[in-house]
Design a protein around this ligand. Structure first.
Ligand SMILES: C[S@@+](CC[C@H](N)C(=O)[O-])C[C@H]1O[C@@H](n2cnc3c(N)ncnc32)[C@H](O)[C@@H]1O
Length: 298
């Protein structure tokens, strides 16, 4: 059983990401979702002027992979294990009041979704875990076996936009009275007769998404991060976010709109991958990238 898949993560929207920094003089940068460090590496290559590159990932395995991949720049790279929500802490520790660029590439990496043991995917039978940071306590198993019917409905409806959220919650509660639901296969057994396939996706796609978002508190983290992020951007510094579902994209879009007195929105419409990228990398299909700049263009 492998904890980390050897499959390589393909960075999404890599060239459009680099294009937003073309011609910029970047001295300091913060990458809040290093993953395999694909975006980080490409930026460091293209911007040798970078003096300090701060990065974090809440997944320890991802962080050690990133460290390996960024060896060439080890003198200027400072890595932290933890959430991007704690960006203030990392910057304060490095006595860096502001940075010229901030970037997060949300969701899960190929290493996580292809892991046979971490419970992110319905393709493998594994304990219902789904924690990106394995030092946190709450797992998907805890949610499935202890949350009330109403709480489960909320998670499936709000984080998964699962139309059959009521039936899903009901089936889980009924099963729980007889036995615990411990593994991804247990959950599939409970729900596959209840949920319909949607637009060619596996019937449990939205439930798995919802649980992952709840376990990792993804939407609240994104909101908290955006609020801190724009405060720590230097004048004319840029902030970019790649999201993978409409819930996240809506948060970014609304946040940028609500802070237009502080920032200039650089993407009236989100940047999406082209046909060729989607053919090469299925994970890219739902990606959307938005960028904004601190201050105003003259
Ligand atoms: C899509 S991958 C990033 C891939 C990376 N941009 C690359 O090109 O290799 C997302 C990564 O973000 C991490 N992550 C998600 N939410 C996070 C958070 N709140 N704080 C820190 N890392 C997070 C995940 O653990 C995962 O490794």
């Amino acid at each position: 059983m492998r904890a980390v898949s050897p499959n390589k993560h393909i960075s999404v929207l890599l060239q459009p990401f680099l294009d937003f920094f073309k011609g910029s003089n970047i001295r300091t940068f913060f990458d809040g979702t290093l993953g395999a460090a694909g975006h980080a590496k490409a930026l460091l290559k293209e911007h040798p002027e970078i003096e300090l590159f701060i990065g974090c990932d809440q997944d320890k395995e991802a962080l050690s992979l990133a460290k390996e991949n960024l060896k060439e720049w080890e003198k200027k790279v400072k890595l932290f294990h933890g959430s991007f929500v704690d960006m203030d802490k990392y910057l304060d520790q490095l006595k860096t009041p502001c940075v010229d660029g901030i970037f997060i590439d949300l969701g899960i990496s190929s290493m996580q979704i292809d892991s046979e043991v971490r419970g992110f995917s319905f393709r493998f039978n594994a304990p219902l875990d789904m924690r990106m940071n394995t030092e946190m306590e709450l797992t998907a198993r805890d949610i499935i076996n202890s949350y009330s019917e109403k709480e489960l409905e909320f998670i499936f409806k709000e984080y998964g936009e699962e139309p059959q959220y009521k039936q899903a919650a009901k089936a889980i509660i009924a099963t729980r009275r007889r036995r615990k639901i411990e593994t991804t296969q247990d959950l599939i057994d409970v729900l596959s007769g209840v949920l319909r396939k949607k637009r060619g996706h596996h019937p449990l796609t939205l439930v798995f998404q919802a649980l992952r978002i709840a376990v990792n508190d993804e939407l609240n983290s994104l909101k908290a991060f955006l609020a801190k992020g724009i405060q720590r951007l230097c004048e004319k510094g840029k902030i970019g976010v790649i999201s993978f579902h409409s819930l996240e994209d809506r948060i970014v879009k609304n946040f940028f709109k609500e802070h237009q007195e502080m920032i200039e929105i650089l993407t009236k419409k989100p940047v999406a991958p082209d046909y060729i990228e989607c053919r090469k990398n299925r994970r890219a299909r739902s990606a959307k990238m938005r960028f904004a700049m601190r201050g105003k263009n003259e």
